[in-house]
Design a protein around this ligand. Structure first.
Ligand SMILES: Cc1cc2nc3c(=O)[nH]c(=O)nc-3n(C[C@H](O)[C@H](O)[C@H](O)COP(=O)(O)O)c2cc1C
Length: 153
């Protein structure tokens, strides 16, 4: 049987965000049996999203909004994904130095527009870095992957 595909659109411009990305990848690879494709948003195309059974978005907050890298993916892909990807399960985590609210609003608006299905409220990892942020990102990522694998969504 063909494995379900999870696309992980991970913006990871710093050691901490790389740790989030890597923890999510390790968790999915160890505890689920999906085909995991991890890419920088700059390298993602609408074809990647079309081919995925579920999507994880990891982004930073910069200047009160989602990272430009993450927005660039949506800028290039939104129209091609509109109407043809409704119901796509998606999970979102946001690394924010201070806040995260603007990013949550912006990403949620795009997801609503595309009619994707958030499997959990966007996870905001904000403030001074805490070592257990990696566990939270890993748990969210595995929730999405395991659900996709089991056909729950
Ligand atoms: C140019 C710039 C703008 C930023 N703007 C925000 C912001 O508006 N809100 C916020 O919560 N954090 C902001 N940050 C902090 C980043 O979200 C944070 O540095 C990033 O998520 C990486 O996390 P780390 O510093 O723990 O590696 C900004 C960082 C940079 C470099």
């Amino acid at each position: 049987m063909t494995k379900a595909t999870v696309l992980f659109i991970a913006h990871a411009p710093s050691p901490n965000t790389l740790a989030l990305r890597d923890a999510a990848c390790v968790s999915i690879t160890r505890d689920s049996d999906v085909r995991l494709i991890t890419k920088s948003p700059f390298d993602c195309t609408h074809e990647d999203a079309l081919a995925a059974d579920g999507i994880i978005i990891g982004t930073t907050e910069n200047i009160g909004a989602m990272a430009g890298a993450t927005k660039d993916f949506f800028d290039r892909s939104y129209n091609q994904l509109l109407d043809v990807t409704a119901g796509k399960p998606v999970a979102v985590y946001i690394r924010a130095g201070l806040d995260g609210t603007g990013t949550k609003l912006g990403v949620s608006a795009i997801i609503t527009g595309l009619r994707w299905r958030l499997v959990a409220d966007p996870l905001i990892l904000k403030g001074e870095w805490q070592d257990d942020f990696t566990d939270a990102a890993a748990e969210l990522a595995l929730t999405l992957a395991a659900g996709v694998e089991l056909g729950l969504y």
